[in-house]
Design a binder for this molecule. Structure first.
Ligand code: ADP
Ligand code: MG
Ligand code: MG
Length: 521
């Protein structure tokens, strides 16, 4: 198929106002009837929800090259193994966190978690297993210099990877719109074969249930640690319903603040029990964090102490503090240093028969943009010295500011510094804080992509046509940490978030982007 007329050069097809109105009606009605929803913004939250609004959504799926989608799915298996191995390499994480935190305790949040993890290790680990529910995020990269469009990683999430179950419903929505209207015959690409399946809910719940089984007490519960005032509760509840329906596992939902009152760790057995309002304390097999990734989840020392209490218990943590730290931006950058990735994946002396082929590492490396640390000491971590040759990380960041994003050790969106904002930001950044930041080349997203977007709750706007950028996430789980060093893992589904082109950040919950799905082309 030539680029001319391909959905990759121009999208979406044009709809008449009447067609658009009719599709919007079908879409929001479907979303509301299938749980593709959020809690509404309430000034006073009722004790139990009384209404919902539909999630922000796109009316058409976004075109994505089939070969790059398959590549992203394949890479997930490698990433699952990689991050399992990173999270169980204490020396490596201590080295990276030591550099981030530095002598001056520059990143207080990371330091708080790291210190508690060290304390747990000093006391002796009673639960070697870790569970990861991961999401690796990518964008299409079209530098426009004759290079073919490629797949580039934005980041790898190891904590609170959200929108798995709602993205399944978003994919179902687009499949329904196609089936119900044929999208009015406006594009020959809107055929069933081009709508890939997305069974993320079953896949993520399977990861949780595997951890639960490994814990070995069938009557135990899984604890969901959630934020107070969370509006994205249905994305979490769908996992809860799947655990009950398919695996007969009960879930307890509490915030870190509540758990400060309700969680007890037996001093001898380290069994974690949580009291709930509806009955006696229950034993917890697995702790699944949908909170705890941002400093605001720890308003006082008590929440950090609760995290520590959970971590030192016998319950399997999803993620452990180690795995959360492994998902930091600084680790992502250090992995790009020469030989580091290869050491984790392919080193036969280290991994024996579990070593992966060099090709797996090569394929993964090819999905990375260039990254470096803002601190000049980045070479101390064992890189080949590219940064040193070209001068300090900061100088290079100033020189290339227009093509860069700077990222701190934070999750959840809204933390990055882009392009022309970089030089003044660097002027204001204390020298000792540089260690907590990485610079990353900006991915050059393809031109010509548009979509019809419907904001959360719709309002009176209906659908709005916008030039857009899409970010694809691939979900996976990994259960690891046993003495045999085996990693049980699976790739389990995907997510597409689409945002207006002029918005730098892409958080759905933050209101900048919509839930979308993939049209394979
Ligand atoms: P967070 O953990 O806060 O989600 P991300 O690394 O995902 O941090 O950055 C947030 C958003 O910034 C991404 O969703 C994406 O829209 C944008 N972004 C991040 N890195 C890049 C990059 N290298 N090129 C283009 N956009 C990026
Ligand atoms: Mg993130
Ligand atoms: Mg992100």
């Amino acid at each position: 198929m030539s680029a001319q007329g391909s959905p990759l050069s121009s999208w979406p097809p044009t709809l008449s106002d009447a067609q658009l109105a009719s599709i919007t009606l079908l879409a929001t009605t479907y979303a509301l009837s299938h749980g593709l929803v959020y809690l509404p913004v309430e000034t006073v939250q009722p004790p139990a929800p009384i209404s919902t609004i539909h999630a922000p959504l796109a009316l058409f799926p976004s075109p994505f090259p089939r070969r790059l989608f398959q590549l992203a799915q394949r890479l997930q298996n490698t990433y699952n193994v990689l991050y399992a191995r990173v999270a169980t390499d204490d020396d490596f994480l201590d080295r990276v966190m030591g550099a981030v935190e530095g002598a001056g305790r520059v990143d207080e949040f990371t330091g708080q978690l790291w210190r508690r993890w060290q304390k747990v290790r000093d006391e002796g680990i009673v639960q070697p297993l870790h569970l990861g529910l991961f999401r690796s995020d990518y964008m299409l990269h079209s530098p426009g210099n004759g290079e073919p469009t490629s797949l580039k990683q934005v980041e790898f999430n190891t904590i609170s990877s959200s929108f798995g179950t709602l993205s399944e419903r978003s994919a179902d929505l687009h499949r329904y719109l196609r089936k119900s209207t044929g999208y009015f015959g406006v594009s020959p690409y809107l055929t069933a074969d081009n709508f890939p399946p997305n069974r993320t809910t079953a896949g993520l719940a399977e990861g949780l249930s595997e951890a639960h089984k490994a814990y070995g007490v069938p009557g135990a519960c899984i604890l969901f640690v959630v934020q107070d005032g969370e509006r994205n509760v249905f994305d979490q509840r769908w996992l809860e319903y799947e655990l009950l329906e398919t695996h007969s596992i009960h879930v307890v939902r509490q915030s870190l603040t509540q758990l400060g009152q309700t969680a007890q760790v037996d001093p001898t057995t380290r069994v974690l029990r949580v009291a709930s309002s509806s009955g006696p304390p229950v034993e917890i097999s697995t702790v699944y964090f949908r909170a705890g990734y941002t400093p605001t989840d720890y308003p006082t020392a008590a929440q950090y102490d609760t995290r520590y209490a959970l971590e030192r218990s016998r319950a399997i943590q999803c993620p452990s503090i180690a795995l959360q730290l492994a998902g930091g931006k600084k680790v992502q950058e250090v992995l790009t240093h020469p030989g580091v990735l290869e050491g984790f994946l392919c080193d036969v002396a280290r991994w024996g028969e579990q070593a992966l082929p060099q090709a797996a590492a090569d394929e993964l490396r090819a999905s990375w943009m260039e990254m470096w640390g803002l601190d000049e000491d980045v070479d101390a971590l064992g890189s080949g010295g590219a940064v040193q040759r070209e001068g300090s990380g900061v100088r290079r960041a100033r020189e290339r500011a227009g093509a860069l994003v700077l990222k701190p050790q934070r999750e959840g969106g809204g933390n990055n510094v882009y392009k022309e904002a970089i030089p003044p930001f660097l002027d204001s950044l204390a020298v000792e804080e540089r260690a907590a930041w990485i610079a990353m080349e900006l991915i050059a997203v393809p031109e010509g992509m548009g979509s019809y977007l419907v904001r959360a709750g719709g309002g009176t706007d209906g659908a709005v046509r916008a030039d857009v950028v899409s970010e694809v996430g691939i979900f996976g789980w990994a259960l690891f940490g046993g003495a045999d060093r085996a990693v049980r893992e699976k790739e389990v589904g995907w997510l597409v978030r689409t945002k207006g082109k002029d918005s730098n950040e892409g958080g759905v919950a933050a209101g900048f982007s919509v839930l979308d799905s993939i049209l394979l082309v």
